[in-house]
Design a protein. Sequence first.
Length: 136
Amino acid sequence: MTETAGANSSSQPIRRVVTGQAKDGKSIVASDTLVAPVTVPLMPGAAFFSLWGADTMPALPDAGAEPGYRTWFPPDGGFRFELILLPPDRTPQTTGMDQRQALSETEALLPGLMAAMDKAHPGWHADRHHRLDLYR
């Protein structure tokens, strides 16, 4: 999940250094890259960084190649390492936006996040196991 669409200059990319283990058991630096933030119109000022994740637990040896995953929340046995920067409470909300388009864009950039949002409590979401306060 390394899409950079929606990134803007208000949040700078962050450095991601990935390590792995070679077949001989030695540690290696697999990659040293910048991860751009993902921003969406529904949450002005917020920046989402998908740093790492997989739909299964890693096993060694592992060369450190980025696993393929597509959804914001992992399936059972998977994991996500995300960094979310939230704006101050008084950040103005975007007005006059096409809500359908904004929802569609958010779903494309952060697949599965909007389906987990609690409509009765804006900014809250619940996964299969917990109720969490994401953006409040």
